[in-house]
Design a protein around this ligand. Structure first.
Ligand code: PEP
Ligand code: MG
Length: 831
């Protein structure tokens, strides 16, 4: 039990600033025998790393972990500042709770304060009370003061699991827990060190503060409790979808962290993404949202909140799907976690409750998400603290339609800069143009924040947790951002600049070389050519593909022309789009894949019936047969465009020869209608049955393009979006490679060529193995084109074939990747 005596509570004090308040609180802690005086310095430093303001006028200063030896005894003191002390831009602290804790006990104190934090009226009363007993009663007597206790007597089933390592139950794994539980009716509770969380609520799970490797007890009650616990056990066993640390390792090309003896002023932070950037600072600012405090019509406010939530959910689904297509499941996962945050029953209940007290929808929602974000930010667990940015991001997304936007949309730089921000939300980072951002640095944040993850995937150096003083830097001031050493160098000397430039040069030169050579064909050392084409999803991307060295378009996902609108594009609109592409490609081939709607790509205006297993339902070519009107319109536009340039038609999701025959018959009838010449047709090979029937299918098409994304999911029976399974569904699994091998052999027999357009075609290991198996066209994301071409030019096909044959005999994808790394290391190339 938290123990507070009257001598540990001081009333009616004042301080001119935060540092003075912390020193005063520290003095009381020293007098109480809880700390040595040196701990006060650490409390001040802690505020530089992460603020301890919780909201509702309460702050909880405490020292950094490395100063724990200066804690003499675990204890808490409370100092009241009735006039308030400016603590952060978020507010004034009136009640400052100084915490001395040798281990994780402060998390317990934090949980104890939850009752006060959730009750604004009580917090206001405590800020001005003249009676210390009222404060003691509020902190000790509150029902929100759980002691370390055994799990309560429980009637249902229970199970013990370990919180995922190394980062604990943070947003992504907690989202997986919520997703698993939502498949069942059972009430599931997660118990951790005396605290309990509703397993359907992401925030409730995050507030457990469960560190990696700590024990969690799951209890479940209800008719399907046993099944729910079993499913959860399996999800925990595979790490709740978290990548193992090894897989998270930085790119092999990263320079090992070096301590650079800079002469300029160093601001130390944490390295979040390697590399070195030098250039002018540019401060990112988001718009300011202002809400009405009160509203007369509660029923209307309830409705407004619901529609703002629905709008935000739709935006997030769109972001999720876009990222899933373009950047893969790992990067898309954050938007799924955001969707879960929106669906949090506790936040919704509280917001609606506040509306009933007369507050507007905007004021209610912002109070609820802000107070939670502040509580998260104050947590000592960096992974959880960095999730405050996620919660604020999603909170503001809902708030925007309920508020007045005072400073317009955030502006992004139009010249290359080192971007500086207090913290960046994932959706801000997603909007950045990598060409205009040399590096990222943030005052707050953590190394596992999504800013860091995205910075790594965009190959941008990044340093986080630099402290608020960096925000004082002037725009345009020159600096060096050293992502390896985790420092920002302000006012760098000439020597500093030269040293940083030398390091940066090595990587830049390699990229530049690749870029300069991007229009050279990918011909291996022994003279074999592999075409490298682009995957695109809109008309404008065709010219970008050419600029990047793409040898045509190997996959245009035409369904993207049908998303995010209220009705399908008509024949003329489609014709315009296809002609724009044909013209941009200037004689290079354009493979238009006909509509692949269904599965994960929803088109609400088509009012398609809901399916239990959409990936196994009416998807791709099957939908085109159901909606022949759409198919024919699309074919008319494609065939008319084919009169201006080399277009090939590719049918998606073909599982059997009769589907191909039917698609071709419809195409032929449309071709006669529009009077076009015959065009080459091919199929996506992405369903295992198509591989097994490849010999027959090959007789009737001009080409195959292997869709390894779907082929992997259907072959390994792992949903490509599944948060737990997606990381295991690696297209380099030998089972998938054997399918590729069968497909290529069938194609060779029929004399047709085989391409690949799934994600592994642009992965260095995938590019080598697929080429070695006889795939002669790799269609990849635009930014990958120069690197894939350079990689293939640096190896011989004989080597690639040897590795590919050995890969077929491997037991898993990791072994295959190891083989390719070995080959590339021998050749001095980069994987
Ligand atoms: C694939 O399945 O590999 C593919 C390229 O198609 P999509 O990702 O659009 O399903
Ligand atoms: Mg596919």
């Amino acid at each position: 039990m938290l123990s507070l005596t009257p001598s540990q509570v001081r009333l009616g004090w004042s301080a001119t600033n935060k540092a003075e308040a912390i020193r005063l609180v520290g003095q009381v802690m020293v007098e109480s025998g809880f700390i040595s005086p040196g701990y006060v310095d650490s409390m001040l430093k802690r505020e530089q790393v992460s603020g301890t303001f919780l909201g509702h006028g309460i702050a909880i200063p405490h020292g950094l972990p490395e100063a724990r030896h200066l804690v003499l005894q675990t204890g808490v003191v409370v100092v009241q500042f009735p006039a308030g002390v400016v603590w952060s831009e978020d507010g004034h602290a009136h009640l400052v709770v100084g915490i001395a804790a040798q281990s994780d006990e402060h998390l317990q104190v934090l949980a104890n304060l939850t009752g006060v934090l959730d009750d604004e009226a009580q917090a206001v009363a405590l800020a001005s009370t003249l009676d210390a007993a009222v404060i003691i009663q509020a902190l000790q007597g509150s029902s929100a003061l759980p002691e370390q206790q055994d799990a309560p007597a429980f009637e249902g089933l229970s199970l013990q699991v370990l919180s995922p390592s190394p980062y604990g139950l943070h947003a992504r794994p907690a989202t997986t827990v919520v997703e698993v539980v939502r498949r069942f009716r059972a009430d599931v509770t997660v118990h951790h060190e005396g605290r309990q969380a509703n397993a359907r609520s992401l925030l409730s799970l995050l507030r457990l503060g469960a560190r990696g490797g700590s024990t969690l007890t799951l209890t479940a009650a209800g008719d399907d409790a046993a099944a729910a616990l079993l499913a959860l056990q399996e999800a925990f066993v595979v790490g709740l979808g978290e990548e193992p640390l090894a897989a998270r390792a930085l790119a092999p090309e990263s320079v090992p962290a070096a301590v650079l003896d800079y002469e300029g002023t160093l601001v130390a932070g944490l390295s979040a993404s390697p590399g070195i950037a030098a250039g002018p600072v540019w401060t990112f600012q988001r718009e300011r949202l202002e809400v009405e405090e009160w509203a007369a019509d509660a029923a209307r406010e309830h409705q407004l909140l619901e529609s703002a939530l629905a709008g935000a959910a739709a935006e997030l689904r769109q972001l999720y799907e876009g990222f899933l297509q373009k950047a893969g499941a790992q990067r898309a996962a954050i938007f799924k976690a955001h969707l879960e945050l929106l669906d949090d029953p506790e936040m919704l209940r509280e917001s609606h409750g506040l509306i009933d007290t007369g507050l507007s929808a905007g004021a209610s929602w912002s109070r609820v998400f802000e107070s939670r974000a502040q509580a998260l930010a104050a947590m000592d667990e960096p992974v959880l603290a960095s999730r405050a940015a996620d919660l604020r991001d999603v909170g503001r997304r809902v708030l925007r339609p309920l508020a007045r936007v005072l400073e317009g949309e955030p502006t992004f730089p139009d010249h290359p800069v080192v971007l500086l921000a207090e913290d960046l939300a994932p959706s801000d980072t997603a909007k950045l143009d990598p060409a205009m951002v040399l590096g990222l640095c943030t005052a707050g944040g953590g190394t596992t924040s999504h800013t860091a993850i995205i910075a790594r995937s965009l190959d941008l150096p990044a340093v986080v947790a630099l402290g608020p003083s960096v925000l004082d830097l002037r725009n345009g001031q020159h600096c060096i951002l050293d992502g390896d050493a985790g420092v920002l160098v302000v006012k760098p000397s000439q020597r500093d600049r030269a040293k940083a430039a030398h390091q940066r040069e090595r990587i830049r030169l390699r990229r530049k070389e690749e870029h300069l050579e991007r229009h050279r064909p990918a011909i291996t050392l022994d003279g074999r050519r592999v075409e490298v084409a682009a995957n695109i999803s809109d008309a404008e991307e065709a010219s970008k593909a050419v600029d990047a060295g793409g040898e045509g378009v190997g996959l245009m996902r035409t369904e993207f022309l049908f998303l995010d609108r209220d009705e399908p594009p008509g024949e003329e609109e489609q014709l315009d789009a296809y002609l724009t592409m044909v013209r941009a490609l200037n004689g290079q081939p354009l493979i238009l894949r006909t509509l692949d709607i269904g599965g994960d790509k929803h088109v609400p205006y088509l009012s398609l019936p809901a399916e239990a297993n959409p990936f196994l339902g009416v998807r791709g070519i099957r939908l085109c047969f159901e909606r022949e009107d759409l198919f024919r319109t699309q074919l008319r536009a494609i065939l008319r465009a084919s009169m201006e340039g080399p277009i090939r038609i590719m049918y998606p999701m073909v599982a059997m020869p009769e589907e191909l025959a039917k698609a071709q018959a419809i195409t032929e009838s449309v071709r006669r209608e529009v009077g076009a010449d015959p065009v080459e047709t091919g199929i996506m090979v992405e369903v295992p049955s198509a591989v097994m029937m490849a010999e027959q299918l090959a007789r009737n098409v001009s080409f195959f393009s292997i869709g390894t994304n779907d082929l992997t999911q259907y072959l390994l029976a792992m949903d490509r979006q599944h948060p737990v399974l997606a990381s295991h569904a690696d297209g380099l699994h030998p089972a998938v490679l054997r399918m590729v091998d069968l497909t290529v052999k069938a194609a060779m027999k029929a004399g047709i060529w085989v391409g690949a357009c799934g994600g592994i075609a642009g992965d260095p290991s995938g590019a080598v193995v697929l080429s070695g198996l006889g795939v002669t066209e790799l269609s990849v994301a635009i930014p990958s084109i120069p690197a894939v071409k350079a990689l293939l030019r640096g190896i011989s096909m004989a080597d690639a074939e040897d590795v590919a044959q050995a890969a077929l005999e491997c037991g898993n994808a990791a072994e295959v990747r190891g083989l390719v790394r070995g080959l590339l290391a021998r050749k001095g190339a980069k994987a």
